[in-house]
Design a protein around this ligand. Structure first.
Ligand SMILES: [Mg+2]
Length: 392
């Protein structure tokens, strides 16, 4: 099999929302299309994009990663009718030094996603089925657990508007929701905490007081002192998880927080390699019986690298069920179902058209069934396919 063409573009993924650290008004995404030809002239085109939170990477793609991918000769065919993307991944990473991953992991992740979409299409299978067959003894989950991520800060948005937003998610079939905290502008940490406790209690009231149905996300803004202060205040609520409380690369601070906060912690969406993930597991003090790992394959060198991360986790006594990837995209959803992860993020109202899943897959009690279309399923999501199709 051989790569026939690689095309790339840049599209906006902007919105007026903000978390505690950045606003998303200037956010962009790279989109790519890779066409692969098999024996006998059979062709498939795979699509890829980067999920929200990192910007488009047209320079890295054009200067290094697309040319290297185009130089790949033969892609090894596999008995299922597809090919193995790992050698193409190795070719893309030729002449890249270790460490300092920066945003090249985003550029490689975009191309890796498209390669997996193409190999599943050539095999005539949905990606989740291909992954289950290749890596999981054929076992796939019937449905994936997903939760509605939102609760962003927005100019003029008050508690009532926050509760209305969460109500809409419940109406869409989600039973677990996530909201941002720690982002009140220009206030002391004590004043921000007071305001956030009011916001949390308003949402909890909607959820019947059940803390296991609510996650809170700080987006890495706190120092250790603030993280502990907030942790002590929210622990009695018994929340589903307390997400990215501090800088994601400060592992010893996480270890210190894990000694104070007994509830589940979640982090990892801004760690972009297996090695970074391993450092978190080695030094972050996280607990394999309760904490949640949110590495996003689209931002962190793709699935070839994510498979290494899952292997590393098993070696350290962590189940794949502790992984709930960031990003709310169909790529991670396929991986969750095919490789037995704990679930996937979902953005019902933001990051369109990249957030969200196939059009005809309703959410019931925070679970979703996968479509049976070959590949990742982009063709089953009309607004997203409308953005990808011009690449053809
Ligand atoms: Mg987050």
């Amino acid at each position: 099999m051989r790569i026939v063409s690689v095309k790339q573009g840049v599209v906006p993924i902007s919105s007026a929302i903000a978390n505690a650290y950045i606003d998303f008004s200037k956010m962009t995404a790279s989109v790519v299309a890779i066409t692969v030809e098999a024996e006998g002239g059979r062709r498939a085109t795979g699509f890829g994009f980067n999920s929200n939170g990192r910007y488009a990477q047209p320079g890295l793609l054009a200067e290094r990663f697309v040319p290297r991918l185009q130089e790949v000769g033969e892609l090894p065919a596999l008995p299922d009718g597809g090919f193995d993307p790992a050698p193409a991944w190795a070719a893309m990473m030729k002449n890249e030094k270790p460490g300092g991953h920066g945003e090249r992991s985003v550029a490689v992740g975009v191309l890796d996603m498209a390669l997996w979409d193409a190999t599943a299409k050539l095999a005539g299978k949905p990606l989740w089925r291909l992954l289950a067959d290749r890596f999981n003894g054929g076992a796939a989950d019937d449905t994936a657990w997903i939760y509605a991520a939102g609760g962003y800060y927005y100019p003029g948005k008050d508690e009532a508007a926050l509760v209305e937003e969460m109500k809409r998610y419940l109406g869409l079939g989600y039973s677990v929701v996530k909201m941002k905290i720690g982002g009140a502008p220009g206030t002391s940490i004590e004043a921000a905490l007071k305001e956030d406790l009011g916001r949390i209690e308003a949402v909890l009231k909607l959820l019947g007081g059940d803390g296991s149905r609510l996650c809170v996300d700080v987006n890495g803004r706190f120092d250790l002192k603030a993280a502990i202060l907030y942790g002590e205040a929210i622990e009695p609520y018994g929340l589903r998880w307390y997400e990215e409380p501090m800088d994601p690369l400060d592992y010893s601070n996480h270890a210190a927080l894990a000694e104070h906060y007994r509830g589940p912690l979640a982090t990892g969406e801004n760690l972009f390699s297996m090695i970074d993930a391993r450092n978190l597991i080695r030094h972050g003090g996280l607990r394999a019986d309760r904490d949640i790992l949110q590495f996003d394959p689209a931002l962190s060198y793709g699935l070839v690298e994510y498979l290494r991360t899952l292997d590393m986790l098993r070696l350290h006594g962590w189940s794949p069920r502790r992984c709930v990837p960031h990003g709310g995209h169909q790529f991670a959803l396929n991986i969750a179902v095919g490789l037995g992860l704990g679930g996937n993020e979902s953005y019902p109202e933001v990051f369109a058209p990249f957030g969200g899943f196939a059009d005809e897959t309703p959410v019931t009690d925070s679970r979703i069934r996968m479509p049976d279309a070959p590949g990742i399923g982009f063709e089953r999501k009309n607004d997203l396919y409308a953005v990808l199709k011009p690449l053809l």
